[in-house]
Design a protein around this ligand. Structure first.
Ligand SMILES: Cc1cc2nc3c(=O)[nH]c(=O)nc-3n(C[C@H](O)[C@H](O)[C@H](O)COP(=O)(O)OP(=O)(O)OC[C@H]3O[C@@H](n4cnc5c(N)ncnc54)[C@H](O)[C@@H]3O)c2cc1C
Length: 379
């Protein structure tokens, strides 16, 4: 089958979305995906603000397993309902659609296959049958967060459990941040997604200085939180995450092969999230032939992303360096008093100048360490 149009290295979120966007825009494209796991997608629940989906991206719609017109946040000082549509994609659903997209003639999903060498137009793969080379007009390398070259950072870490309850949970919408819980190990909050009337995803999440995740402790915290809400039931799935939140991260590279997704620094440094950015890059890749992937337009897309990264990096640095761990929640509490449009553009990494002024202007959040600010700025 060599050579093909696209060789997708890594079958996670980014390349899964690229495969689906390509199949929709270029039905005859020959695509090979190389995934070291048994199936594409891994074990995730990915959420995003539905308004952040790129224009015309109907290929995203079948991936959505739940959506809500609004969500809540709760801090000791205030509660708020944010009227922004929120959507959820499961890795199981992504895997199902990626498999179907790659079942087309001339395409192939190589699972249980390890990419050993990744070049501009060739990839060396090792699987049960030995080692072979696959050539393609465009190679897209999205091997995930572990390969992201980043400098100084804090960490977003969490354990999430999907619970099937004995009785309805009674939640009308997701709770993106319940920060009314005791603060420790940085900014701490529960994230609750009501996936069905009797099904919730409950995550205990930390914006922490360290990457150590005490899974057993967080499991017991999730059990205690669920009990405090009167939720009893069975845990059916668990996911964990340890994601860098860097204040030192370079702009994406735009030379072949295209390093995409988290590995290519196409993510949000303040939230550790990447869905809207991955969807945008997927739509871009699918909008032109493989041979025309690199050029002025990709450079411009990367430049725009780099501009947003530069501002986001400042925010991450302020949050982690200017606020001691136990006072970090004040930053998010203040953020959630901003206009809804600014909040949405913040998550999409599409902040305007006015948004930036709104985020930085006014009285600083409570808990600012003047000593930390002076110490940092003197360096
Ligand atoms: C549990 C969890 C939940 C998250 N939830 C959200 C969310 O709600 N919203 C959001 O925007 N972001 C979320 N994120 C952050 C981010 O969007 C995800 O980490 C996302 O999966 C990153 O996409 P990616 O394609 O870059 O990497 P991944 O999805 O990690 O994919 C990389 C793939 O490459 C494969 N691979 C690696 N090396 C090789 C190799 N040598 N050969 C072959 N295959 C290889 C891996 O097996 C993996 O499947 C979450 C992260 C985690 C961990």
């Amino acid at each position: 089958m060599n050579p093909v149009d696209y060789v997708l290295v890594g079958g996670g979120l980014q390349n899964g979305l690229i495969a689906l966007a390509l199949r929709a825009a270029q039905p005859r494209a020959r695509i090979v995906m190389i995934e070291r796991g048994a199936a594409p997608g891994g074990n995730h629940t990915w959420c995003f603000h539905a308004g952040d989906a790129p224009a015309g991206s109907t290929w995203l719609d079948p991936l959505i397993v739940a959506r809500w017109p609004a969500y809540d946040v709760a801090f000791p000082s205030h509660h708020r309902t944010v009227e922004a549509e929120y959507a959820c994609v499961s890795s199981a659903r992504l895997a199902e659609h990626v498999r179907a997209a790659l079942a087309a003639p001339g395409s192939e999903l190589l699972s249980g296959a390890h990419a050993e060498e990744v070049g501009a137009d060739r990839v060396v793969v090792r699987d049960g049958g030995g080692t072979r080379e696959i050539r393609g007009a465009a190679v897209i390398d999205a091997r995930g967060p572990d390969r992201a070259a980043i400098g100084a950072c804090g960490w977003q870490k969490f354990v999430g459990q999907e619970l099937v309850l004995d009785a309805p949970h009674g939640l009308a919408r997701p709770v993106l941040m319940d920060a009314t819980v005791p603060q420790r190990d940085g900014f701490r909050f529960f994230y609750v997604l009501p996936l069905a009337p009797d099904r919730v995803l409950v995550e205990d999440t930390y914006f922490s200085d360290g990457s150590h995740l005490d899974v057993d402790l967080l499991r017991s915290e999730i059990a205690a939180y669920a009990a405090s809400r009167g939720w009893r039931g069975t845990m059916v799935r668990e996911e964990t995450g340890i994601l860098p939140m860097p204040w030192e991260v370079a702009a994406p590279d735009v030379a072949p092969p295209l390093v995409a997704g988290y590995a290519g620094r196409w993510f949000h440094p303040v939230t550790g999230y990447s869905f809207p950015i991955a969807a945008r890059l997927a739509a871009f890749v699918a909008s032109r032939p493989a041979a025309a992937l690199f050029g002025a337009e990709l450079t411009e897309l990367a430049r725009a992303h780099a501009g947003q990264l530069a501002f986001a990096r400042r925010l991450t640095r302020m949050m982690f360096r200017w606020f001691p761990p136990e006072r970090r929640h004040h930053v998010l509490s203040r953020f959630y008093r901003l206009p809804e449009a600014t909040i949405r553009r913040f998550y999409a990494l599409e902040l305007t100048r006015l948004d930036r002024v709104r985020i930085l202007a006014g009285r600083p959040p409570r808990g600012l360490s003047v000593r930390a600010v002076l110490g940092m700025e003197a360096r």
